[in-house]
Design a protein around this ligand. Structure first.
Ligand SMILES: Cc1ncc(COP(=O)(O)O)c(C=O)c1O
Length: 405
C-alpha cells in the first residue's frame, strides 16, 4: 500500500487536499516519494528556520543523542547543556527577563504562562485578541481566535475576554484591576499576518503595568529572527513580563520555552509547573546549536534585508492583480498576501502546489509565506516567479468564469 493510502485508512485525521507524501528535505526544498523537488515556503509552520536537515542541527542531535537524551531526574539534577542554553539566551532576551523554563510546544509554553500569571497576580481574567492563535490545549484554545472558537469543546477555560487586535482604545476599555494578563502576538501569524501598529505594543505594556496585569508576548511564531530582529518585541522596544517561544527555537526539533521577569519568578514555587520532557538535554542541545548559528551568522539582519526585498517584490506583483490581492504585509520573512476571499486563497494555494511551491493558506483570506530564514536570493526569485504564474492563472480563470457567467 502507498503511504497516502495507509495514512488515509489508519491516521486519526488526514489531510488529503493534495495527495503528496514527503520523504526528505534539504534547505528550502523537500522531495516527495516520486523524487520530485518542491520549494518550501512554509518551513513546516515556521519551524525549520534554518531549512530542512541543517548540518548544525543534524550534528547536534547526533552528538547529544550519543551522550544523554533524558536527564535521570531533572527535579534534582543539573544539566550542562541546559545551563549552556540558558547562558546563550540570557543576552538575547528582552531586558528584565532573567528566568527561563523549557517546554515542548508553543501551546504548552503559553498554557504555563497564563497559569503562572494567574497564580502570581491572584487574578483570573485574561485578555487576548480576536484572530489570535496561542495553541490547541484547552486553555490556549480558549484564548485563541475569539469567544466562539473553542465552542465545540465547551465548556472552555473560563475568565477570558477578547479585544480587537491593534486597538488600544478597546484594550483600555476592557482592562481593569481584575486582569491577570494580556496575551498578544507581536505579529499575528495564524490570524492572517497582522503586524501590530506602531506604538501599540508599548501602549499595551504600559496599560498592563498601570493595572498590575502581566503582559505576555507570544513569540512562538515571531521569535528567533523570524521578523528580522531576534524577538519581534525588540523592534518595538517593549519589555514583556513573560515571553513565550517555540517553533524556530530548535529548527525542527519539538522544543519551546518561556522567560519571565524576576518579579514573576518570585511568585513561582517548585512544583507549580513541570513536565517529563521539559528541558531535556537533546532539545537543549539542538536549541543551543540553532541559537549559536543565528547569532554567529547575524541572521536577524539578513532576514530584515531579504524581508524588505520580498515585500517590495510582492507589492509590485500585487499591483498587477488588484482583483485578487487586497494587501501585502508582513515583517521579515513572515509575509501575508491578503486576497478578497478565502476561496481565492484556496485556489491560489492549489495553483502554487500544482507548480510545486508549498505555501500556507491562513485565516482572514491570507496566503502566508514563511520560508527558511536562510532562503537564498535565487530561491526567493524562483518562488516569486511561481507565485506570479499562479496569480496569472487565477486571474485568467476568474476572467474566463466571469465571461461564461
Ligand atoms: C503565535 C503562536 N502561538 C502558539 C502556537 C502553538 O504552538 P504549538 O503548535 O507548538 O503548540 C502557534 C502555532 O502556530 C503560534 O503561531
Amino acid at each position: 500500500m502507498k503511504t497516502i493510502e495507509i495514512e488515509d485508512s489508519l491516521a486519526l485525521t488526514v489531510c488529503m487536499k493534495q495527495a503528496v507524501a514527503f520523504e526528505r528535505g534539504l534547505g528550502a526544498r523537500v522531495w516527495d516519494e516520486q523524487g520530485r523537488a518542491w520549494l518550501d515556503f512554509t518551513a513546516g509552520w515556521g519551524v525549520t528556520s534554518l531549512g530542512h536537515s541543517h548540518p548544525a542541527i543534524v550534528a547536534a542531535i547526533t552528538e547529544q543523542a550519543g551522550k544523554l537524551m533524558q536527564n535521570p531526574n531533572s527535579g534534582f539534577t543539573y544539566s550542562p547543556v541546559r545551563a549552556k542554553l540558558l547562558q546563550q539566551l540570557q543576552p538575547l532576551l528582552p531586558a528584565g527577563l532573567h528566568r527561563v523554563f523549557f517546554a515542548n510546544s508553543g501551546a504548552e509554553a503559553n498554557d504555563a504562562a497564563v497559569k503562572l500569571a494567574r497564580k502570581v497576580t491572584g487574578r483570573e481574567r485574561v485578555l487576548a485578541a480576536n484572530s489570535s492563535f496561542h495553541g490547541r490545549t484547552l486553555a490556549t484554545l480558549s484564548l485563541s481566535g475569539g469567544p466562539e472558537n473553542g465552542a465545540r469543546f465547551s465548556p472552555q477555560v473560563p475568565g477570558n475576554d477578547f479585544v480587537p487586535y491593534g486597538d488600544i482604545a478597546a484594550l483600555r476599555r476592557a482592562i481593569g484591576d481584575d486582569v491577570a494578563a494580556v496575551i498578544l502576538e507581536p505579529v499575528q501569524g495564524e490570524g492572517g499576518v497582522r503586524v501590530a501598529p506602531p506604538g501599540y505594543l508599548q501602549s499595551v505594556a504600559q496599560l498592563c503595568h498601570r493595572h498590575g496585569a502581566l503582559f505576555i508576548a507570544d513569540e512562538v511564531q515571531t521569535g528567533f529572527c523570524r521578523t528580522g530582529s531576534f524577538f519581534a518585541v525588540d523592534d518595538a522596544d517593549v519589555q514583556p513580563d513573560i515571553l513565550t517561544m517555540g517553533k524556530g527555537i530548535a529548527g525542527g526539533f519539538p522544543f519551546a520555552a518561556f522567560a519571565v521577569s524576576d518579579a514573576v519568578a518570585a511568585g513561582v514555587a517548585k512544583g507549580d509547573h513541570g513536565g517529563t520532557y521539559c528541558g531535556n538535554p537533546l532539545g537543549c542541545a539542538v536549541a543551543s546549536a540553532v541559537v549559536a548559528f543565528l547569532v554567529d551568522n547575524e541572521i536577524a539582519a539578513r532576514v530584515a534585508q531579504l524581508g524588505l526585498r520580498a515585500l517590495a517584490d510582492l507589492h509590485l506583483l500585487a499591483q498587477r492583480y488588484p482583483e485578487l490581492v487586497r494587501e501585502v504585509r508582513g515583517k521579515g520573512l513572515l509575509i501575508g498576501l491578503q486576497l478578497h476571499n478565502d476561496a481565492q486563497v484556496t485556489a491560489l494555494a492549489s495553483l502554487c502546489l500544482d507548480r510545486r511551491l508549498l505555501v500556507t493558506p491562513t485565516r482572514n483570506a491570507v496566503l502566508r509565506l514563511i520560508p527558511s530564514l536562510l532562503l537564498e536570493q535565487q530561491e526567493w526569485e524562483e518562488g516569486l516567479a511561481i507565485l506570479a504564474d499562479a496569480l496569472r492563472a487565477l486571474s485568467a480563470a476568474t476572467q474566463h468564469a466571469g465571461r461564461a457567467a
